[in-house]
Design a protein around this ligand. Sequence first.
Ligand code: FES
Length: 224
Amino acid sequence: MPSEDTPRIIVERNGPYIVRGNVPLVEQSQEMSEFGEPLSWIRGEVLRDGGNYALCRCGKSKNKPFCDDTHEDVGFEGTEAADTGQIADRRKTFRSPKIFIKDDHSLCMHSGFCGTRLTDIWKMRADSNDSEVLAEIIAMIERCPSGTLTYTLGPDEEIMEPDLPKEVGVIPDGPIWITGGIPVERSDGQPLETRNRVTLCRCGASSQMPLCDGSHKDIGFSAP
Ligand code: FES
């Protein structure tokens, strides 16, 4: 059994996320271009410095991002359908001269960092011999919050991951962003694969609970 001090997130059945182990809770917003394209992450205010806390999963709390037990009043059903298998068994590899892009599309929540109105990393990879293009592809992959996208620099090399702190981020009008490899445990005790970047649904509408699947955009979820 992990100790109370071990950072971890436990999904309560039809209820909130319980964050244990003194994990900071911070605001994480996106810097956008004039065309509405996400460019970078802006780490904002620290909402909790640590301790244990419960975060809303149903999307209805009046005290978001914290749980206020509204899930009980609204009869929230948060069926956990996300695959608990390994990303290595799901991702596809897109080869190019200098970079091998790995894509597990089942994790995609459409944050949009992988492209602009003019291009995207799949088109750019053909020009990855150009070091500036290569650097931009890597930066775009590393901004992907869900970890859908990763990369290697050779066919047999290790997956590269950005160095991210153990933190829980709150994205306005979007999911909870877990960074730094914090274990997430389903309500039945089964662990999800522990990954460096994970996005958890907090709008209550994902069909891949507890993971965000982008449904917050479809339902117009609005939350600070
Ligand atoms: S926050 Fe619920 S689907 Fe993204």
